[in-house]
Design a protein around this ligand. Structure first.
Ligand code: ADP
Ligand code: MG
Ligand code: ZN
Length: 410
């Protein structure tokens, strides 16, 4: 299978969503090579930081090469796009579990392809996203991945597929002894909740999210259900639902408003074709299904382990960073003799130990920003369900069995 994308192929790709860094398109054409695939295209900021775009697509910096020296594939990569894909493949994938991470495949595209794609999707993009960033035309390739909002294997004439995307954020409270008195609040309140307060203050949101990551990561059935329900009430940028690849709940390409009566009703109606519950009960049943799948899959246990590689907090990692770069530590520069004592252990660590601290911090930061998608499909009578990577859940109140599979998006 040769993967070639030409300018004329751009029209077969439609807007699927975007984050701060990437634009994501789904394939609508008929080439077997691309059916069931999405494409992630790098963006670059429009204002000020435009220099980032112009930066030669050189490989890693000297510091990055030092950090990742044990990952041969990574340090020998010849450009930045390849390095990012290799980071997902060789660093994140083994940690999160190979079957849950799809590092994707880089495919070369001509500039004309990127230009046409950008023009085609501009109207679907949220206006503020368009203002902030555009497609990075200096990139020579895009990342091709499986579309995790559908069951790729045997979607032919089978039942509809519902896929739920959750961005759980950091699931633990840091305990690091390097946290100073001034920021001791970090040990009581989740970073997500503090960030909510900031966003409210800055007018970015009109209501605090009811979601608390500690509930979702708790392992308790009741608390997981509560978290899913809270995500449904205040989805912001943390919760989306797709039906057969089309968004039916949440914000396309960004955050969503709080769930009012109209939104809830439209969602309930959309679910009717999949969840065989009495009127008004489809949503509740879907939320139960999601909560059970979250628990049964163990997806958050794996994610939490990787997030916890950050065990010294930024207030510890920063000292290791200055040692690696052989610069004077700007934190310690401001401290008294007495206060300095707290950080001597970090500054007397070996280079390898400092490297490990910074690497673990970066890996954890990636895991704190991961999303995952759970895809559900009702199992029909006669389906064996064997030979697939998915598990299943019996929904008591509707007497339906659903197959599901989980994928992390790094
Ligand atoms: N492999 C995929 N399958 C289905 N949807 C995807 C896939 N990758 C990304 N998406 C969708 O596109 C959105 C933006 O992609 P993402 O990779 O998170 O961008 P960013 O790196 O900028 O955050 C996601 O929130 C998700 O809805
Ligand atoms: Mg994202
Ligand atoms: Zn220091």
């Amino acid at each position: 299978m040769e993967m070639i994308l030409r300018e004329k192929d751009a029209n077969e790709w439609v807007y699927r969503g975007e984050g701060a860094a990437n634009l994501v398109l789904a394939y609508t054409g008929s080439s077997p090579t691309f059916i069931g695939k999405v494409m992630r295209i790098r963006k670059c900021p429009r204002n000020g930081a435009e220099g980032m775009c112009m930066r030669s697509p050189s490989a890693l910096t000297a510091l990055e090469r030092l950090l990742w020296k044990d990952v041969d594939e990574l340090i020998s990569s010849s450009d930045n796009e390849i390095a990012c894909q290799l980071f997902a493949h060789h660093v994140m994938k083994p940690l999160l579990g190979p079957k849950y991470v799809d590092a994707g495949m880089l495919v070369e595209v001509p500039r004309e392809f990127l230009e046409l794609v950008e023009k085609n999707v501009i109207r679907q993009r949220p206006a503020w996203r368009v203002d902030n960033a555009r497609v990075d035309m200096h990139r020579g390739s895009v990342l091709l991945m499986s579309d995790h909002s559908v069951f790729t294997h045997g979607n032919l004439g089978s039942s509809p597929c519902i896929s739920v995307e959750i961005k759980p954020k950091c699931g633990f409270i840091p305990l690091s002894r390097f946290i100073s008195e001034g920021t001791a609040i970090k040990r009581r309140i989740t970073r997500f909740q503090m960030h909510q307060a900031l966003k409210l203050h800055q007018g970015e949101i009109s209501l605090l999210s009811k979601y608390n990551p500690l509930d979702l990561f708790s392992g308790s059935k009741e608390r997981i259900y509560k978290a899913i329900k809270d995500l449904f009430t205040t989805p912001q940028n943390n919760f989306r639902v797709f039906m057969n690849g089309s968004l039916i709940f949440g914000g396309l390409g960004g955050g969503a408003e709080d769930t009012n009566f109209g939104i809830a009703k439209a969602f309930e109606n959309a679910l009717k074709s999949v969840i065989q519950a009495d009127n008004g009960l489809c949503t509740e049943n879907l939320l139960t299904l999601v909560a059970e799948a979250v628990k049964k899959s163990g997806v958050l246990d794996r994610l939490l382990d990787v997030q916890k590689l950050d065990n010294v907090d930024i207030e510890g990692a920063i000292h290791a960073y200055y040692d690696i770069t052989r610069q004077q530590c700007i934190i310690c520069r401001e401290l008294s003799e007495e206060q300095l004592k707290r950080y001597t252990s970090l500054h007397s660590a070996s280079l390898d130990e400092s490297l490990r601290i910074v690497k673990d911090y970066l890996i954890a930061a990636t895991a704190k920003d991961c999303s995952f998608m759970i895809c559900f499909r009702q199992r029909k009578a006669g389906d064996s369900g064997s030979g697939s990577i998915c598990s299943n859940i019996y929904l008591e109140s509707t007497k339906q069995t659903f197959d599901f599979k989980v994928q992390d998006l790094t």
